[in-house]
Ligand binder design. Structure first.
Ligand code: UDP
Ligand code: MG
Length: 312
């Protein structure tokens, strides 16, 4: 993607089992983009959908071949890899990402473009009133707080995928070859003049979220461990404090033995302390494993996804 941008706008949309939402998305997205009055393309990545999503995309591509391209993965590689594959192929000067389930209203795209025109090379949307479950909203607040305090990434709402980028930011993302990544955060780290605009958020048009509880945890691990070593460092600090405490405890117990004689009870207190320290060690091993696993994936340098077919 080193060649010059040929058109103004590329809209990138990951699609995973969205057959119920695609018709409505097409119906709202294309009029908005036609209304912008500049050249554009829409790139859909079919992320291994098991439903009729790909057939719908194929039909759409046939209906609007001038402005529609489709990338078809052979399997499900996740939302961020789907976006990455499109980033490697975009032709636009400005790139906008969007969810396929209409939680990000296409009507908000011109707002992002206005902020880009005002000079930002990265414009993050933040959801004005979020329409998700209470659990998701609260979990996001927590992870937002953790991110603020462990990484240098400053954004109001990392989870909102309605965002716009200038081409150089996307080129930097593609060059980075990141594997388990969190695209909004990665883009932020390459931007020189990031901006934010508030965008409307809607409830999912149809179907349920594709993210299970487990996947959400994985994704947020990607966010924190991908952009900071703070978990390792905090853990070391905590482990140091624990060792100092245990050392003191040993001294106290030894003195007690000498002065008061052998103790009768207290065995279970010691077990308690031992189990606590053991669990601390186990968490530490797991944490190191997170980083080692990521290092392994980078070192292995296997292709990140496999494209079965591209249309347009
Ligand atoms: N998505 C994807 N691959 C996945 C999961 C999701 O391409 O493995 C797409 C999905 O089709 C949608 C977007 O990513 O366009 C956001 O997914 P979803 O709405 O399930 O997530 P939520 O809004 O609950 O965070
Ligand atoms: Mg959604």
């Amino acid at each position: 993607m080193s060649e010059q941008a040929a058109i103004y706008l590329s809209v990138v949309i990951p699609v995973y089992n969205e057959e119920l939402n695609l018709p409505a998305l097409f119906g709202r997205l294309y009029p908005v983009l036609d209304g912008v009055g500049r050249s554009y393309e829409v790139i859909f990545t079919n992320d291994g959908s098991a439903d009729r999503s790909f057939e719908l995309l194929r039909a759409r591509q046939a209906a609007r071949p001038d402005v529609t391209r489709v990338i078809d993965f052979n399997a499900n590689y996740g939302q961020h890899m789907a976006i990455m594959a499109a980033f490697e192929r975009v032709r636009g000067e400005v790139i906008v990402t969007l969810d396929a389930d209409l939680q990000n209203p296409p009507e908000e795209i011109p707002k992002l473009l206005a902020a880009i025109d005002a000079g930002h090379d990265y414009v993050g949307g933040f959801r004005l009133a979020r329409r998700d479950s209470l659990f998701r909203t609260q979990a996001s607040r927590l992870i937002n707080w953790v991110r603020e305090h462990t990484t240098s990434i400053r954004m109001t709402d990392q989870g909102c995928m309605l965002r716009a980028y200038r081409r150089p930011v996307i080129e930097a993302i593609v060059r980075s070859g990141a594997i388990n990544t969190f695209i909004p955060a990665l883009a932020y780290s390459f931007a020189s003049n990031p901006g934010e605009v508030g965008v409307v958020h809607a409830e999912r048009n149809a179907g349920v979220s594709n993210y299970s509880f487990y996947q959400l945890i994985r994704l947020n691990f990607d966010l924190i461990t991908g952009f900071s070593l703070a978990p390792l460092q905090y853990f070391t600090m905590f482990a140091l404090a624990c060792s100092a405490g245990s050392f003191l405890l040993v001294v106290v117990l030894a003195l007690r033995r000498l002065v008061l004689g052998p103790e009768e009870g207290g065995l279970f207190t010691l077990f308690g302390i031992l189990f606590f320290l053991l669990s601390v060690a186990m968490v530490g091993i797991g944490l190191i494993g997170e980083y080692v696993g990521r290092t392994y994936q980078v070192v292995r340098a296997r292709q990140r996804y496999h494209v079965r077919e591209t249309l347009g």
